[in-house]
Design a protein around this ligand. Structure first.
Ligand SMILES: CC(C)(COP(=O)(O)OP(=O)(O)OC[C@H]1O[C@@H](n2cnc3c(N)ncnc32)[C@H](O)[C@@H]1OP(=O)(O)O)[C@@H](O)C(=O)NCCC(=O)NCCS
Length: 158
């Protein structure tokens, strides 16, 4: 159990809509994740990969998620988000800890992720777990307004 009554569990089929709505809300911030509006919530809910998704639940509601996507090469890529109203209360920390456990339990040797350079909260969270910067993809992501954003690649040896 994380602080503030937040707990982590594997995602279930019944979480699909909550997960898609969470992503749509975070996409609307146009800041931390690559997705931007419009998000087709129905389509996303139907296609969400439940296996490898862990959710943070508080007050009976999904308030965050991390998705661990293993490759056949032994590493897994992760992506995550916490609902704006629940940030700064330990949900992100609990999700990364659970993702590390999930990956170790499956014999994976490394977690990898991409993060925008301005995303101080996410970078601080990943560094706290020992992730290190491994490279920078320059002007990699074209935003809907035409801006080109860099991505920092980070990795954690398990
Ligand atoms: C990044 C994110 C997942 C962090 O989730 P969170 O629940 O706020 O994380 P926590 O409360 O566990 O805080 C984790 C650490 O982040 C750091 N942190 C949190 N908020 C911060 C901020 N505003 N600025 C700098 N560092 C911050 C702290 O080091 C904190 O650790 P500490 O409490 O031990 O000092 C959340 O901000 C988020 O969902 N952002 C939008 C989506 C996104 O950016 N996803 C990641 C894409 S790579």
């Amino acid at each position: 159990m994380a602080p503030d009554g937040i707990f982590i569990r594997p995602a279930e089929d019944g979480d699909r809509r909550s997960l898609a709505e969470l992503l749509a809300a975070v996409a609307a911030e146009r800041d931390g994740i690559a997705a931007e509006p419009p998000v087709d919530v129905d389509r996303l809910a139907a296609r969400w990969e439940i296996d490898g998704t862990l959710v943070a639940v508080a007050e009976g509601v999904v308030v965050g998620e991390v998705r661990v996507d293993p490759s056949w090469m032994g590493f897994a890529e992760i992506g995550m988000m916490v609902a704006a109203g629940w940030r700064g209360r330990g949900a992100g920390t609990a999700l990364v800890a659970a993702a590390v456990d999930w990956a170790r339990a499956r014999g994976l040797h490394k977690l990898a992720l991409s993060v925008f350079p301005h995303n101080d909260a996410a970078i601080a969270l990943y560094r706290k777990f020992g992730f290190v910067e491994e490279g920078r993809l320059v002007q990699h992501v074209r935003r809907s307004d035409g801006e080109l954003w860099d991505l920092i690649e980070m990795g954690l040896q398990l």
